[in-house]
Ligand binder design. Sequence first.
Ligand code: IP8
Length: 266
Amino acid sequence: MSELVILKFGGSAITRKKEGVREVRKDVLDRLCWELAEAKKERGFGVVVVHGAGPFGHVPASDYGLSEGLKSERQVVGFSLTHQSMEELNAIGVDSLIRHGLNAVAYQPSALGILRKGRLSYLPTKVLIKLLGIDMVPVAYGDVLIDEVTGINILSGDHLVPYLARELHADRVILLTDVGGVFDLDPEDSKDAVLVKEITPGNIDLVCKVSASKGTDVTGGMRRKLDELIGLTQSGIESEIVSALEPGILKRALLGERGLGTLIRG
Ligand code: IP8
């Protein structure tokens, strides 16, 4: 197979997560899909897209206590509603990818996977390999899943990305967020905030004075993301967090440029 990229469209990038508004940033989403299509035309890599939830997932998941373990029938209602809301967001993403000429197809984690205390214990990937083999672009997402210990739980895209990267032996992992990488201080609160160019097991604790995610987030925000990505370096796979909001960055990253944001390496 050609080079394989796992690409995450962060919820903060494609939705109005910070404002807590359940809306897609259509302009950002469409531009990202265009940049992906352009880069794929030029370089011909395989790609699995994973997208986050923003208010489409985190708000109902929080309202219904979906990460607290299954204790009530109300949470089962919340499972259904939260998943349905994520499907809506997924359909908008798939639609944009198709409009930009990519053979996108939804890949529904809740129909396929099982968690164990919030971590995937089972998710088949054979179909993904087959889809990639005929140049399809599978589009997976953070979702609500059966959990064999807690009953139900949230699968974060930030956990799904390294899982897929390992299982599919990805060459590159790129995560798009609403800031240009990881900063030593919150860039919105401090004009002295400096971009951290590289995160390794040696500096992660220092770096993790990093800002918590803005807006409702039931899956742990930036710290969780970094822990997952540091874990991935043990499989020899580096990843990069780059800006979704700065036009051209995604295309440049996909065409092979490094150092455009924060690199996470072992
Ligand atoms: O935004 C969370 O996915 P994430 C999924 O990638 C839900 O952490 C349903 C809250």
